[in-house]
Design a protein around this ligand. Structure first.
Ligand code: SAM
Length: 191
């Protein structure tokens, strides 16, 4: 009898935890969507090409606006030796993933990655040498004035936008790159 009760309590607890977990993930996806850019991590090949195009060096601080699970930040610091990488992410689930993934990195690398659960519109771009974005056109349009202001204040600021052009800004260079997930070429815009 007691064993049956314990098993029932365990089952209900596991079920409740699973429901809470699913709700947390669903709410996170809804937040990302409502904010104008769903959580869709970029393709590795596109990320590497974008970071090469930016000519990242050990002097550079990279800021990813809408940093998702942090994969761009980790790539920038681990394989492109950026001095620091800073991410801004509004949605709880991808933000939590980025925190957990950062913990798995060597301590020396962890210290060079800063993660903020904040809106991209509250990001501090004064510290940036390089800004990376992979966001939908509607959100990019809203973000353009902030990026233009940052560019006026720092002429050397390099900005890269993956897949979508930033309306109102003229790219210095564009390149086509194969996106393995989409199975087609996409464009990367350098400003
Ligand atoms: C397409 S994903 C890009 C993820 C990552 N940068 C990459 O390239 O793999 C866009 C991310 O932006 C986040 N996002 C959307 N609106 C945002 C906002 N206002 N402030 C912060 N993050 C936002 C979404 O939650 C999502 O994780």
């Amino acid at each position: 009898m007691i064993i049956s009760i314990i098993l029932a309590v365990l089952l209900v607890t596991v079920w409740l935890l699973a429901v809470l977990y699913m709700m947390f993930i669903s709410v996170s996806y809804v937040i990302s969507d409502l904010k104008g850019a769903p959580f869709v991590p970029n393709d590795d090949n596109v990320i590497r090409t974008a970071l090469k195009l930016l000519r990242l060096s050990s002097k550079d601080v990279l800021v990813d606006l809408g940093s998702g699970n942090g994969k761009v930040l980790f790539e920038a610091v681990k394989n492109f030796e950026a001095k620091n990488a800073v991410g801004y992410e509004i949605s709880p689930w991808p933000f939590l993933l980025s925190i957990l993934k950062r913990r798995r990195l060597p301590k020396s690398v962890q210290g060079r990655i800063k993660l903020h659960r904040k809106s991209i519109f509250n990001a501090d771009l004064n510290e940036a040498d390089v800004v990376y974005v992979y966001l939908f056109p509607k959100l990019l349009k809203k973000l353009a004035p902030m990026l233009l202001k940052a560019k006026r204040e720092n002429r050397n600021l390099r900005i890269v936008s993956c897949v979508f052009q930033i309306k109102g800004m003229n790219p210095k260079k564009t390149i086509e790159v194969y996106h393995y997930g989409f199975r087609k070429d996409v464009t990367i815009y350098l400003y």
